[in-house]
Design a protein around this ligand. Structure first.
Ligand code: TEU
Length: 588
């Protein structure tokens, strides 16, 4: 480039960039998440499986994604949809065998894609042999692999308040389970069938690193790390603050981003990836992670994780709990995501997501899943893929799949919903009110079967699906979307391709525009002389974007992609239809 003095210098800079690009290949990648139970069933038992996924690798290659993240496929009692693992080095028989896994991995690699495993090591299943041993007696060598504590001073197990701390579990009730046989409690931040591992114990850490190396040796390309910022607890285990109206204390401050978290992640990185050739991806799922913490976690110089899943933007429509739903204010969304873009602009990297197996469907939550379903799903995709960061697409999002028509409690399967219903109705809440609170937010919304075609069971299974197929599959399905040039699927495919062909999408800087505009989400991305403008009307009413800086020049810029027909000559070029989104490009 002209501003570099000598050719020698230019060559060095280019070489450094090439090495960086090679290691940070995931900056221009798109990840697709599969929830295996609900993706594709090959054997008619109503539950998705690995051969089912293998048969759809071509579908994913056509969509253009670079990486597949598999939610857990390990042996598990399935108390929490596989996030309760009883053997880290095998495959759940319902999903297949290790040989099926190897075949899937080979098929993914053959198509030039990568595969990332879910790593759930904050806790195991209570049926994992480690815990079975740990529980067997107080002097078992594995006793200290988990968090065992006696009842509170002067109390005996079973008495209310005898729990070692007042922490609540994510799935209702206390975070401590009493074990009659040994007279002690064990910690479980999630279900009582998910005891927390004690990362203070070096043997635990070494066993986990060895297991991770075993998967890498098998050929996998990285890990999505479940609640990884919970592995370091304050060993004093202090009580949490009790928010008025809540039954349990908030232990979060004592286990989120805890005292040794950076040490553990750096050690993991060293022990697992140190000196290993290849291109890997690590993403840490981190509830309660601030942008300042994320900068530390994702600073390449610190070698901890490549990126984190943060939770701020998926909590903006909630009050005191996830069941207390408020309409999202666009200003809050822009302020939050804008802060993350700015905070990780120089150091670190963002992951970008609207959806996953824990979140309601984006088009139902942030868009309009009625008349404007297709258009608003495309708008959400456009916004997501044009931010700076690595986008994650959750199965069915590329079809604009919607929330499920959950009616009675019998329609809910997820442990979080089922436990909350029992707790709330047990405390005297009217069941109808509890159900109404659960419907928009239940994790079951994300877990209905992938809609492949309009046939019975949506082409997901020849048997009875484990969870009801959304009846709207007759209209919303992959076969129809692939055949329709104007579908959400085609739009996602184009967005993914844009990341691969336009460097400003992956590498450009980010500037938020019109932060105070109540309808319009607008920003620019700039790389060298190329500048992109993203304009999105996040509302059901027309909107005017003519207040953007340099409006006159943008009006004449090239329209790269949009979700409505290009404006008529008689229309103002910067007037946007309900839920319209456009990306412009200009070269300075
Ligand atoms: O989720 C962690 C998490 O903090 C939340 O998303 C939580 O599961 C819930 O949705 C709170 O309302 C991870 C997994 O993604 C989730 O599926 C597991 O249940 C959980 O960890 C425990 O492993």
């Amino acid at each position: 480039m002209s501003d570099i003095g000598s050719t020698g210098q230019a060559a060095t800079t280019q070489a450094t960039t090439a090495v960086e690009d090679d290691r940070q290949w995931w900056k221009s990648a798109v990840v697709y998440q599969i929830y295996p139970r609900s993706f594709a069933d090959s054997d008619g038992d109503g539950i998705g499986d690995l051969p089912g996924i293998a048969a759809k690798v071509g579908y994913l290659a056509d969509l253009g994604v670079d990486v597949i993240w598999l939610s857990p496929v390990y042996p598990s009692p399935q108390d929490d949809g596989g996030y309760d693992i009883s053997d880290y080095q095998d495959i759940e028989p319902v999903f297949g065998t290790l040989a099926d896994f190897d075949r899937l991995l080979a098929a993914v690699h053959e198509r030039g894609m990568k595969l990332v495993m879910d790593l759930v090591v904050n806790h195991t299943s209570d049926e994992h042999p480690w815990f079975v041993e740990s529980r067997s007696s107080k002097d078992n060598p594995k006793r200290d692999w988990y968090w065992w504590r006696p009842p509170r001073d002067g109390m005996v197990g079973g008495m209310p308040g005898a729990e070692p701390t007042n922490w609540g579990s994510a799935f209702s009730g206390s975070a401590w389970q009493y074990d009659e046989a040994s007279g002690e409690f064990y910690l479980h931040l999630f279900s009582r069938k998910q005891p927390d591992l004690n990362w203070e114990n070096p043997q635990v850490r070494e066993a986990i690193y060895a297991m991770m190396r075993w998967w890498l040796d098998r050929g996998v390309d990285g890990f999505r790390m479940d609640v990884i910022n919970m592995i370091s607890k304050d060993t004093a285990l202090p009580d949490g603050i009790v928010v008025p109206g809540w039954s349990w204390g908030d232990g979060g401050p004592h286990f989120l981003n805890g005292p040794r978290i950076h040490e553990f992640l750096a050690e993991m990185h060293r022990e697992v990836f140190g000196g290993r050739p290849g291109q890997f991806l690590t993403v840490g799922e981190m509830p309660g992670c601030t942008v300042e913490q994320a900068r530390l976690y994702t600073d390449p110089a610190r070698a901890e994780v490549d990126m984190v899943f943060q939770f701020e933007h998926v909590q903006l429509d909630q009050g005191t709990s996830k069941w207390d739903v408020h309409p999202l204010r666009l200003l809050d969304l822009k302020a939050s995501l804008g802060r993350w873009q700015a905070g990780l602009a120089e150091t670190g990297w963002n992951s970008l997501y609207w959806n996953n197996h824990d979140q309601p469907r984006a088009v139902s939550r942030f868009g309009d899943d009625g008349v404007h379903r297709v258009r608003s799903a495309k708008l959400l995709g456009t916004l997501l893929h044009l931010h700076r960061g690595t986008p994650y697409v959750y199965q069915g999002e590329e079809l604009g799949m919607t929330n499920a028509p959950l009616a009675g409690i019998g329609d809910f399967h997820d442990i979080e919903s089922v436990n909350f219903f029992a707790e709330a109705t047990g405390a005297g809440e009217p069941p109808e009110r509890v159900l109404a609170a659960m419907r928009p937010m239940s994790r079951d919304n994300a877990r209905t079967p992938m809609q492949w075609d309009a046939s019975v069971n949506a082409g997901f299974s020849d048997g009875e699906p484990w969870i009801a197929v959304n009846p709207n599959h007759v209209e919303i399905n992959a076969a129809a979307a692939i055949a329709d040039p104007d579908s959400v699927w085609q739009h996602y495919r184009a967005l993914i391709e844009l990341r691969h062909t336009e460097p400003a999408v992956a590498h450009g800087d980010f500037t938020m525009l019109l932060p105070e505009h109540e309808q319009i989400y607008a920003f620019t991305r700039r790389l060298g002389r190329v500048e992109l403008l993203v304009l999105a009307n996040v509302s059901g009413r027309t909107a005017m974007a003519d207040q953007i800086p340099d409006a006159g020049s943008w009006e004449r810029a090239e329209l790269l992609i949009g979700n409505c027909p290009a404006p008529e000559p008689s229309q103002h070029r910067l007037s946007l239809q309900p839920w319209e989104a456009r990306v412009y490009r200009r070269v300075r």
